[in-house]
Design a protein around this ligand. Structure first.
Ligand code: E4P
Length: 221
């Protein structure tokens, strides 16, 4: 399973990238609006930091304008993936943009049927928003399950990129279903690496070691 960070915060991306945990990044207009600086410069900096795909989202909603924006975003770095919303004009633009060889991440997918159409239109990534579905009383993970099944049934090239992840259980459930990618906020990645018993266990090991005075003098200087 690949892990993407769902953030436009360069410091966070660097932190987790140093641990070898970042296969890619997803951004969106809301995430970018939280950061200072110019949008294009931020995307370029993220693309330099991360080797994998970096999603940058268009803000146009009409075919020709989306295509223009997509071409511009794609020119910023070779690993830019253009994020296009799951609307009829977005599907038309997905077809045009993907035919040009520019990879597309279709965003704001809330049903397996939407994902199926996005794949058909040429998307490289399908982003079902599971947390937002859970928020309105639907089971977001059901869409992931259906999309993973459909991908297998038809050997779709599009990757299922589980988005709107809110907690570590979402990641675990997506992994058990065989989704290819989970994009998560840095806080979720942080929580995934924590366990109180790890901290308690480490403290006990170090306390025992120090009590027994087994620390070599060269290490205590
Ligand atoms: C995905 O690409 C989106 O940027 C993101 O996952 C949306 O998450 P949210 O529902 O927590 O805003």
């Amino acid at each position: 399973m690949k892990f993407f960070l769902d953030t436009a915060n360069l410091a966070s991306i660097k932190k987790y990238n140093q641990m070898g945990l970042v296969d890619g990044v997803t951004t969106n207009p809301s995430l970018v609006s939280k950061e200072s600086g110019e949008f294009e410069e931020l995307i370029v900096a993220i693309c330099r930091e991360v080797n994998g795909p970096v999603s940058a989202e268009v803000v146009s909603t009409e075919h020709d304008a989306i295509v223009q924006e997509a071409k511009h975003l794609s020119s910023l770095a070779p690993n830019v993936v253009v994020k296009i919303p799951m609307i009829p004009e977005g599907l038309r633009a997905t077809k045009t943009v993907s035919t040009m060889g520019i990879p597309v991440n279709v965003t704001l997918i809330f049903s397996a049927n939407q994902g199926l159409l996005a794949a058909k239109a040429g998307a490289s990534f399908l982003s079902p928003f599971i947390g937002r579905l859970d928020d309105v009383g639907e089971t977001g993970m059901d869409v992931v399950r259906d999309l993973v099944t459909i991908k297998k049934n038809y050997d779709l090239k599009a990757e299922v990129l589980v988005a709107s992840i809110r907690h570590p259980l979402h990641v675990l459930d997506a992994a058990k279903l065989g989704a290819g990618i989970a994009t998560m906020p840095p806080e979720v990645m942080e929580k995934m690496m924590q366990h109180p018993l790890t901290d308690i266990g480490l403290k006990k090991f170090l306390d025992d070691w120090n009590k027994a005075k087994k620390v070599k003098s060269s290490l205590t200087v």
